[in-house]
Ligand binder design. Structure first.
Ligand code: RIB
Length: 317
Protein backbone atom coordinates (compact mmCIF):
# COMPACT_ATOMS: atom_id res chain seq x y z
CA UNK A 1 0.00 0.00 0.00
CA UNK A 2 1.40 3.39 -0.86
CA UNK A 3 0.16 6.62 0.61
CA UNK A 4 0.79 9.97 -0.94
CA UNK A 5 -0.88 12.15 1.66
CA UNK A 6 0.71 12.27 5.10
CA UNK A 7 -1.47 10.89 7.84
CA UNK A 8 -2.32 13.38 10.58
CA UNK A 9 -1.47 12.21 14.07
CA UNK A 10 -2.34 14.13 17.23
CA UNK A 11 -0.27 13.44 20.35
CA UNK A 12 -1.22 15.11 23.60
CA UNK A 13 1.83 14.45 25.75
CA UNK A 14 4.83 15.34 27.85
CA UNK A 15 8.04 17.05 26.81
CA UNK A 16 11.26 16.71 28.79
CA UNK A 17 14.88 17.63 28.65
CA UNK A 18 16.73 14.34 29.10
CA UNK A 19 19.96 14.58 31.08
CA UNK A 20 21.62 11.29 30.29
CA UNK A 21 24.63 10.06 32.20
CA UNK A 22 26.60 7.02 30.96
CA UNK A 23 28.42 4.82 33.46
CA UNK A 24 30.27 1.48 33.57
CA UNK A 25 27.55 0.25 35.90
CA UNK A 26 24.52 1.79 37.60
CA UNK A 27 24.94 2.92 41.23
CA UNK A 28 23.23 0.89 43.92
CA UNK A 29 21.40 2.78 46.71
CA UNK A 30 23.98 4.82 48.63
CA UNK A 31 26.75 4.13 46.10
CA UNK A 32 28.65 6.79 44.11
CA UNK A 33 29.81 5.77 40.65
CA UNK A 34 32.10 7.83 38.43
CA UNK A 35 30.30 8.22 35.10
CA UNK A 36 31.83 8.51 31.63
CA UNK A 37 29.83 11.26 29.94
CA UNK A 38 26.75 13.46 30.09
CA UNK A 39 24.46 14.27 27.20
CA UNK A 40 21.59 16.72 27.17
CA UNK A 41 18.90 15.68 24.75
CA UNK A 42 15.22 15.75 23.95
CA UNK A 43 12.70 13.45 25.58
CA UNK A 44 9.43 12.95 27.34
CA UNK A 45 7.23 10.06 26.29
CA UNK A 46 4.88 12.38 24.43
CA UNK A 47 7.66 14.15 22.56
CA UNK A 48 9.32 10.83 21.74
CA UNK A 49 6.05 9.40 20.40
CA UNK A 50 5.47 12.51 18.30
CA UNK A 51 9.05 12.47 17.02
CA UNK A 52 8.73 8.82 16.02
CA UNK A 53 5.43 9.47 14.25
CA UNK A 54 6.86 12.49 12.42
CA UNK A 55 9.92 10.51 11.33
CA UNK A 56 7.66 7.71 10.19
CA UNK A 57 6.03 10.18 7.84
CA UNK A 58 3.16 11.73 9.83
CA UNK A 59 1.85 15.26 9.88
CA UNK A 60 2.64 15.80 13.56
CA UNK A 61 0.22 17.74 15.75
CA UNK A 62 1.65 17.96 19.26
CA UNK A 63 -0.23 19.17 22.34
CA UNK A 64 2.23 19.96 25.11
CA UNK A 65 3.69 22.58 27.43
CA UNK A 66 7.21 23.84 27.97
CA UNK A 67 8.54 26.18 30.64
CA UNK A 68 10.08 29.62 30.14
CA UNK A 69 13.64 28.40 30.55
CA UNK A 70 16.57 27.16 28.55
CA UNK A 71 15.20 23.61 28.30
CA UNK A 72 11.94 25.02 26.96
CA UNK A 73 13.90 26.82 24.24
CA UNK A 74 15.80 23.64 23.39
CA UNK A 75 12.56 21.71 23.06
CA UNK A 76 11.03 24.39 20.86
CA UNK A 77 14.00 24.16 18.51
CA UNK A 78 13.48 20.38 18.33
CA UNK A 79 9.75 20.79 17.59
CA UNK A 80 10.58 23.20 14.75
CA UNK A 81 13.34 20.97 13.36
CA UNK A 82 10.97 17.99 13.30
CA UNK A 83 8.22 20.02 11.63
CA UNK A 84 5.71 19.67 14.47
CA UNK A 85 2.59 21.83 14.17
CA UNK A 86 2.87 24.22 17.10
CA UNK A 87 -0.64 25.63 17.43
CA UNK A 88 -1.23 23.72 20.67
CA UNK A 89 2.26 23.92 22.16
CA UNK A 90 2.01 26.24 25.14
CA UNK A 91 4.66 28.13 27.02
CA UNK A 92 3.90 27.95 30.74
CA UNK A 93 5.78 30.16 33.18
CA UNK A 94 4.32 28.61 36.32
CA UNK A 95 6.91 25.84 36.64
CA UNK A 96 10.05 24.49 35.01
CA UNK A 97 10.24 22.48 31.78
CA UNK A 98 9.91 18.74 32.39
CA UNK A 99 13.20 17.01 32.99
CA UNK A 100 14.37 13.40 33.15
CA UNK A 101 17.53 12.19 34.85
CA UNK A 102 18.57 9.08 32.96
CA UNK A 103 21.36 6.69 33.94
CA UNK A 104 22.63 4.34 31.26
CA UNK A 105 24.61 1.20 31.94
CA UNK A 106 27.26 1.11 29.19
CA UNK A 107 27.49 -2.68 29.34
CA UNK A 108 24.02 -3.35 27.94
CA UNK A 109 22.33 0.01 27.34
CA UNK A 110 19.76 -0.58 30.09
CA UNK A 111 18.49 2.52 31.83
CA UNK A 112 16.97 3.95 34.97
CA UNK A 113 14.88 7.12 34.73
CA UNK A 114 13.72 9.73 37.24
CA UNK A 115 11.19 12.18 35.77
CA UNK A 116 10.51 15.63 37.22
CA UNK A 117 7.30 16.61 35.38
CA UNK A 118 7.39 20.42 35.81
CA UNK A 119 4.84 22.02 33.49
CA UNK A 120 3.79 18.62 32.12
CA UNK A 121 1.71 18.42 35.30
CA UNK A 122 -0.42 21.26 33.95
CA UNK A 123 -1.36 19.51 30.71
CA UNK A 124 -5.03 18.80 31.27
CA UNK A 125 -8.37 18.40 29.51
CA UNK A 126 -8.42 22.07 28.55
CA UNK A 127 -5.20 21.75 26.55
CA UNK A 128 -6.73 18.90 24.56
CA UNK A 129 -10.10 20.58 24.13
CA UNK A 130 -8.36 23.59 22.60
CA UNK A 131 -7.42 21.29 19.70
CA UNK A 132 -10.93 19.89 19.21
CA UNK A 133 -11.33 21.28 15.68
CA UNK A 134 -8.23 19.38 14.57
CA UNK A 135 -9.60 16.00 15.63
CA UNK A 136 -12.10 16.13 12.76
CA UNK A 137 -9.51 15.43 10.06
CA UNK A 138 -6.97 13.55 12.19
CA UNK A 139 -6.14 9.96 11.23
CA UNK A 140 -5.18 8.77 14.73
CA UNK A 141 -4.71 10.08 18.26
CA UNK A 142 -1.96 8.69 20.49
CA UNK A 143 -1.15 9.44 24.10
CA UNK A 144 0.51 8.15 27.28
CA UNK A 145 0.36 8.75 31.04
CA UNK A 146 2.93 11.50 31.62
CA UNK A 147 0.09 14.04 31.54
CA UNK A 148 -2.97 14.46 33.70
CA UNK A 149 -5.54 11.67 33.33
CA UNK A 150 -8.17 14.30 32.48
CA UNK A 151 -6.20 15.08 29.31
CA UNK A 152 -6.05 11.38 28.40
CA UNK A 153 -9.80 11.00 28.95
CA UNK A 154 -10.54 14.12 26.88
CA UNK A 155 -8.33 12.88 24.04
CA UNK A 156 -10.23 9.59 24.02
CA UNK A 157 -13.60 11.37 24.10
CA UNK A 158 -12.73 13.71 21.22
CA UNK A 159 -11.18 10.93 19.14
CA UNK A 160 -14.27 8.79 19.58
CA UNK A 161 -16.62 11.68 18.83
CA UNK A 162 -14.70 12.25 15.58
CA UNK A 163 -14.57 8.51 14.78
CA UNK A 164 -10.75 8.35 14.88
CA UNK A 165 -8.57 5.54 16.26
CA UNK A 166 -7.40 6.25 19.81
CA UNK A 167 -4.18 4.61 21.02
CA UNK A 168 -3.07 4.64 24.65
CA UNK A 169 0.34 3.57 25.87
CA UNK A 170 -0.13 3.21 29.66
CA UNK A 171 3.35 4.43 30.60
CA UNK A 172 4.47 5.21 33.17
CA UNK A 173 2.10 2.79 34.80
CA UNK A 174 -0.70 3.93 37.08
CA UNK A 175 -4.01 2.21 37.84
CA UNK A 176 -6.65 3.20 35.28
CA UNK A 177 -10.42 3.31 35.74
CA UNK A 178 -12.36 0.74 33.73
CA UNK A 179 -14.44 3.50 32.12
CA UNK A 180 -11.26 4.93 30.60
CA UNK A 181 -10.16 1.54 29.30
CA UNK A 182 -13.55 0.73 27.79
CA UNK A 183 -13.66 1.61 24.10
CA UNK A 184 -9.92 2.21 23.61
CA UNK A 185 -9.03 1.19 20.05
CA UNK A 186 -5.40 0.26 20.69
CA UNK A 187 -3.92 -0.34 24.14
CA UNK A 188 -0.18 -0.96 24.24
CA UNK A 189 1.18 -1.93 27.67
CA UNK A 190 4.54 -3.54 28.23
CA UNK A 191 4.73 -6.69 30.35
CA UNK A 192 4.70 -4.84 33.67
CA UNK A 193 1.87 -2.55 32.66
CA UNK A 194 -0.16 -5.43 31.22
CA UNK A 195 0.29 -7.29 34.49
CA UNK A 196 -0.78 -4.25 36.52
CA UNK A 197 -3.84 -3.64 34.39
CA UNK A 198 -5.03 -7.23 34.06
CA UNK A 199 -3.93 -8.63 37.44
CA UNK A 200 -2.08 -11.42 35.63
CA UNK A 201 1.68 -11.65 36.04
CA UNK A 202 3.35 -12.08 32.65
CA UNK A 203 5.67 -15.05 32.82
CA UNK A 204 5.20 -16.87 29.51
CA UNK A 205 3.23 -16.92 26.27
CA UNK A 206 0.13 -18.30 27.92
CA UNK A 207 0.06 -15.54 30.55
CA UNK A 208 0.42 -12.94 27.78
CA UNK A 209 -2.71 -14.39 26.14
CA UNK A 210 -4.61 -14.50 29.42
CA UNK A 211 -3.72 -10.90 30.26
CA UNK A 212 -4.79 -9.81 26.77
CA UNK A 213 -8.13 -11.61 27.19
CA UNK A 214 -8.75 -9.77 30.48
CA UNK A 215 -7.99 -6.46 28.77
CA UNK A 216 -10.29 -7.27 25.84
CA UNK A 217 -12.95 -8.06 28.44
CA UNK A 218 -12.67 -4.46 29.64
CA UNK A 219 -13.87 -3.26 26.24
CA UNK A 220 -10.49 -2.60 24.59
CA UNK A 221 -10.58 -3.39 20.85
CA UNK A 222 -6.93 -4.18 20.10
CA UNK A 223 -4.43 -5.23 22.74
CA UNK A 224 -0.71 -5.00 21.99
CA UNK A 225 1.66 -6.27 24.68
CA UNK A 226 5.26 -5.29 24.08
CA UNK A 227 7.82 -7.78 25.33
CA UNK A 228 11.09 -5.87 25.01
CA UNK A 229 13.71 -7.71 22.97
CA UNK A 230 11.32 -10.68 22.71
CA UNK A 231 9.00 -8.75 20.39
CA UNK A 232 5.32 -7.89 20.62
CA UNK A 233 1.92 -9.60 20.75
CA UNK A 234 -1.36 -8.37 19.27
CA UNK A 235 -4.90 -9.65 19.47
CA UNK A 236 -8.39 -8.34 18.81
CA UNK A 237 -10.04 -11.44 20.23
CA UNK A 238 -10.50 -13.14 16.86
CA UNK A 239 -6.93 -13.12 15.52
CA UNK A 240 -3.57 -12.99 17.23
CA UNK A 241 -0.04 -12.24 16.06
CA UNK A 242 3.29 -12.67 17.85
CA UNK A 243 6.10 -10.75 16.20
CA UNK A 244 9.52 -11.85 17.42
CA UNK A 245 12.11 -9.33 18.50
CA UNK A 246 14.74 -8.28 15.97
CA UNK A 247 18.25 -9.05 17.15
CA UNK A 248 20.26 -5.84 17.36
CA UNK A 249 23.20 -4.55 19.31
CA UNK A 250 21.48 -2.38 21.93
CA UNK A 251 23.37 0.82 22.62
CA UNK A 252 20.66 2.67 24.46
CA UNK A 253 17.09 1.56 25.11
CA UNK A 254 15.54 4.84 26.30
CA UNK A 255 12.45 5.71 24.28
CA UNK A 256 12.17 2.36 22.50
CA UNK A 257 8.59 1.92 23.73
CA UNK A 258 7.73 5.47 22.67
CA UNK A 259 9.20 4.81 19.24
CA UNK A 260 7.13 1.63 18.95
CA UNK A 261 3.99 3.58 19.73
CA UNK A 262 4.69 6.49 17.38
CA UNK A 263 5.37 4.11 14.50
CA UNK A 264 2.34 1.95 15.38
CA UNK A 265 0.09 5.03 15.33
CA UNK A 266 1.26 5.87 11.82
CA UNK A 267 0.62 2.32 10.59
CA UNK A 268 -2.84 2.28 12.19
CA UNK A 269 -3.61 5.72 10.73
CA UNK A 270 -2.61 4.42 7.30
CA UNK A 271 -5.06 1.53 7.68
CA UNK A 272 -2.39 -1.17 7.63
CA UNK A 273 -3.14 -4.74 8.56
CA UNK A 274 -2.40 -5.26 12.29
CA UNK A 275 0.39 -7.74 11.58
CA UNK A 276 2.12 -5.28 9.27
CA UNK A 277 1.60 -2.50 11.82
CA UNK A 278 3.13 -4.62 14.55
CA UNK A 279 6.15 -5.54 12.43
CA UNK A 280 6.68 -1.93 11.45
CA UNK A 281 6.52 -0.70 15.05
CA UNK A 282 8.75 -3.53 16.19
CA UNK A 283 11.35 -2.66 13.55
CA UNK A 284 11.26 1.02 14.45
CA UNK A 285 11.79 0.23 18.14
CA UNK A 286 14.65 -2.15 17.33
CA UNK A 287 16.33 0.48 15.18
CA UNK A 288 15.95 3.08 17.89
CA UNK A 289 18.04 1.18 20.43
CA UNK A 290 20.96 0.79 18.03
CA UNK A 291 21.60 4.49 17.70
CA UNK A 292 23.38 6.53 20.26
CA UNK A 293 24.90 9.48 18.47
CA UNK A 294 21.83 10.51 16.54
CA UNK A 295 19.73 10.23 19.64
CA UNK A 296 21.85 12.44 21.82
CA UNK A 297 22.84 14.83 19.09
CA UNK A 298 19.60 15.51 17.31
CA UNK A 299 16.97 14.21 19.66
CA UNK A 300 16.27 10.54 19.36
CA UNK A 301 16.58 7.56 17.06
CA UNK A 302 16.60 8.13 13.36
CA UNK A 303 13.90 6.25 11.53
CA UNK A 304 15.44 6.68 8.09
CA UNK A 305 12.74 7.52 5.64
CA UNK A 306 9.31 6.14 6.38
CA UNK A 307 8.04 2.67 5.68
CA UNK A 308 9.90 1.76 2.53
CA UNK A 309 13.33 1.58 4.07
CA UNK A 310 12.16 -0.08 7.26
CA UNK A 311 10.06 -2.59 5.35
CA UNK A 312 12.97 -3.42 3.11
CA UNK A 313 15.22 -3.88 6.07
CA UNK A 314 13.00 -6.34 7.91
CA UNK A 315 11.13 -7.85 4.97
CA UNK A 316 7.61 -6.96 6.08
CA UNK A 317 5.71 -7.87 2.97
O1 RIB B 1 10.33 6.71 27.65
C1 RIB B 1 11.52 7.44 27.75
C2 RIB B 1 11.25 8.82 28.28
O2 RIB B 1 10.75 8.71 29.59
C3 RIB B 1 12.46 9.70 28.37
O3 RIB B 1 12.68 10.44 27.20
C4 RIB B 1 12.20 10.54 29.60
O4 RIB B 1 12.06 11.91 29.33
C5 RIB B 1 10.95 9.94 30.22
O5 RIB B 1 9.82 10.69 29.98
Amino acid sequence: MSTTKKVKIIVPGSSNADLTGFAPHLPAAGETVMGSSLHIGIGGKGCNQMTAAARAGADAWFITRVGQDVFGETLRRHFAAEGFRDRYIREDGTAETGCALIEIDERDGQNRILVIPGVNRNIGAEDVRAAEADFADADAVLTQLEIDLSAVAEAKRLAQAAGKPFLLNPAPWQPLPDELLCGIDWFTPNETEAGGCSGIGITDGESVRRAARVLLGKGIRNVVITLGHRGAYWTDGTREVMVPGIRVQAVETTGAGDTFNGALAVAVAEGRDPEWALRFANAAAALSVTRLLQRVIDGHFYLADHATLICGAVDLE
